[in-house]
Design a protein around this ligand. Structure first.
Ligand code: APR
Length: 320
């Protein structure tokens, strides 16, 4: 059986890391696409040359021609510009919207059957625009944010409790921005919800509030440290987890920016919600019950995403 084909649109910091991880995990043959000449070719060759030591069987190709992504099973999109210190994800909107248009057209023409994972920010608005520009079915187009945001939350919790991160589960809902909603109630250590752990004296409400805020600011914390770009190791790992769920039909329950039309009372909106990812793409949206407070935070986050989508419509009339 032929190996799956993974197309990475954007061969920058995240794109290169995605290619390396896909190779190490032998998820399939990789095509790295970028508009910068030489960069995808150089990274593909460099990673291919790590194959003999790592002993993976995967072909690596770098290209500036969309025709090379033909028939891809998965497309992961990181094309665009990343944040610099002082910038919010929303500041990237105008530039990256134009990039989504060309990427959407490339995918529509050459890889219309692919499962598409968008990483480009501002995430929720960009994945919405990418689905519109590509015309692919909404259940085959999603955005990577929740896996990363909950991984950050899990990391901070594991450190706070001094337990293995394997036993920490966490949930983050809403848009991938300052309004995201890390859910304390649905986050656990080995099934014990965080509010119970506060009652048990493992931690305090104040410490949990600080961790929730650090999770919301997780991207900015890294931008502030790197100064020349934004996070790339954990974002790439998170998207690979989603791609693997699709390619291996794992039916993983993962939070991601998914198209809600009816779910959570939303209409034709992309926002972070729990989903099931398998060979059918986003196979199900898990409609958890929210408390009044959680609902208010979720609504606030959805409103922020809508503001960005409206800004996209104002820039590009074809989206209105
Ligand atoms: N088509 C294809 N590639 C493009 C295009 C385009 N129209 N425009 C820019 N690119 C490429 C750039 O040449 C660059 O190689 O996208 C790549 C982006 O890489 P980086 O600048 O290293 O950014 P990265 O850290 O990978 O982040 C990419 O993901 O998390 C988000 O906010 C982040 O929006 C940013 C994206």
């Amino acid at each position: 059986m032929a190996r799956p084909k993974i197309a990475l649109i954007g061969a920058g910091q995240i794109g290169g890391t995605l290619a390396h991880l896909a190779a190490l995990k032998e998820l399939g043959d990789v095509v790295l696409f970028d508009i910068a000449e030489g960069v995808p070719q150089g990274k593909a060759l460099d990673i291919a040359e790590s194959g003999p030591s790592e002993k993976f069987d995967a072909k690596m190709k770098g290209t500036n021609d969309y025709a090379d992504i033909a028939g891809a099973d998965v497309c992961i999109v990181t094309a665009g510009v990343a944040r610099k210190p002082g910038m919010s994800r929303d500041d990237l909107l105008g530039i990256n919207l134009k990039v989504m248009k060309s990427v959407g057209e490339g995918i529509k023409t050459h890889a219309p059957k692919a499962f598409v994972i968008c990483i480009t920010n501002p995430l929720d608005a960009m994945v919405w625009a990418l689905q519109k520009f590509s015309g692919l079915p909404p259940h085959m187009v999603c955005g990577m944010a929740g896996v990363l945001d909950s991984a950050r939350f899990r990391h901070f919790l594991a450190e706070e409790f001094d337990v293995s991160m394997k036993d920490v589960t966490a949930f983050v809902l809403g848009g991938h921005g300052d309004t995201m909603v890390p859910s304390v109630r649905y986050s656990t250590v080995a099934g014990i919800p965080l509010p119970d752990l506060i009652e048990m004296g493992w931690t305090t409400k104040e410490k949990m509030d600080a961790i929730v805020q650090r999770t919301r600011d997780g991207g900015a914390e890294i931008v502030g440290l790197l100064k020349t770009g934004s996070a790339f190791y954990a974002p790439a790992t998170s998207a690979i987890e989603m791609a693997e769920a699709f390619l291996k039909d794992q039916k993983r329950v993962l939070p991601c920016a998914a198209y809600c039309d009816g779910e959570f009372g939303l209409k034709k909106t992309y926002v972070g919600v729990p989903t099931v990812i398998g060979k059918g793409g986003i196979e199900r949206i898990v409609e958890i019950k929210l408390t009044k407070d959680e609902q208010a935070m979720f609504d606030n986050s959805v409103a922020a995403v809508k503001g960005l989508v409206d800004a996209c419509k104002a820039i590009d009339e074809s989206l209105a």
